[in-house]
Design a protein around this ligand. Structure first.
Ligand code: AP5
Length: 215
């Protein structure tokens, strides 16, 4: 099963993709998580990527393609995956099509959440510094949330690219660079739209129903 999940920043792509990966026993491949791991590792590439991400801009298409191609070639991706955060530009969509050849993808999902809702979600998002797990702080003024993953012991804090200025830029880039891909996949008969507003478990059930019906 080869799935791609789209949606505005804060729509819940990461939250839902983690659960879908467990449900279908496929890896969750998040380009944002891969870049953040490189930042945590302090590599030269990670430091460069951090500057771009913190400004709310996009890492170059060729770098992203190299990263995704390498990840998809690993053995755990042989029987499918859920891609989160890639493709994000027309060039990346074309690169992915060339990379996959005839196999292509099975389904593109648009997790649809209005802009005013995602802005509120992002304001309360806290991400564990150690393991990357996402939490929603009960109040936007609460700066840290203890991570509840067994054995982690980390603290969840605001993401460096969740500042108001970077979020505005990321949402604008989504509309100009990524949203056109929805039409592109719709034209190929591969797009389904799922309402991402509601409790995460309700959204999850809706996603599973739609995927099972389509794939
Ligand atoms: P990336 O990590 O992909 O971030 P994003 O697209 O901005 O998406 P988000 O992580 O902000 O949102 P999400 O939809 O995953 O929401 P989440 O589940 O966290 O990319 C980061 C950066 O990396 C980019 O800006 C770019 O610089 C670079 N990059 C990555 N890929 C790239 C590429 N292909 N090309 C170039 N550059 C690239 O949920 C949000 C919050 O809401 C959480 O707190 C969560 O707990 C809460 N929540 C989730 N679901 C619900 C619900 N149903 N109800 C209430 N709250 C909910």
């Amino acid at each position: 099963m080869r799935l791609v999940i789209f949606g505005r920043q804060g729509a819940g792509k990461g939250t839902q993709a983690v659960e879908l990966a467990k449900h279908y026993s496929i890896p969750h491949i998040s380009t944002g998580d891969m870049l953040r791991a490189a930042v945590r590792d302090g590599t030269e590439f990670g430091l460069k990527a951090k500057e771009i991400m913190d400004r709310g801009e996009l890492v170059s298409d060729d770098v992203m393609l190299g990263m995704v191609a390498e990840r998809l070639s690993l053995p755990d991706a042989a029987n499918g995956w859920i891609l989160d955060g890639f493709p994000r530009t027309t060039q990346q969509a074309e690169d992915l099509r060339s990379l996959l050849g005839d196999a292509g993808i099975d389904l593109a999902i648009d997790l649809n959440v209005p802009e005013d809702v995602v802005v509120k979600r992002i304001a309360s998002r806290r991400v564990c510094e150690k393991c990357g797990t996402n939490y929603a702080a009960p109040d936007i003024n609460i700066p840290t949330v203890p991570c509840t993953v067994e054995g982690c012991g980390g603290q969840a804090v605001q993401r460096a690219d969740d500042t108001e200025e970077a979020v505005r830029k990321r949402l604008a880039l989504y509309e100009s660079q990524t949203a056109p891909l929805l039409d592109w996949y719709h034209g190929q008969g591969l797009l389904v739209i799922v309402d991402g507003v509601g409790a995460p478990t309700e959204v999850q059930a809706e996603l599973v129903g739609v995927i099972d019906a389509a794939v």
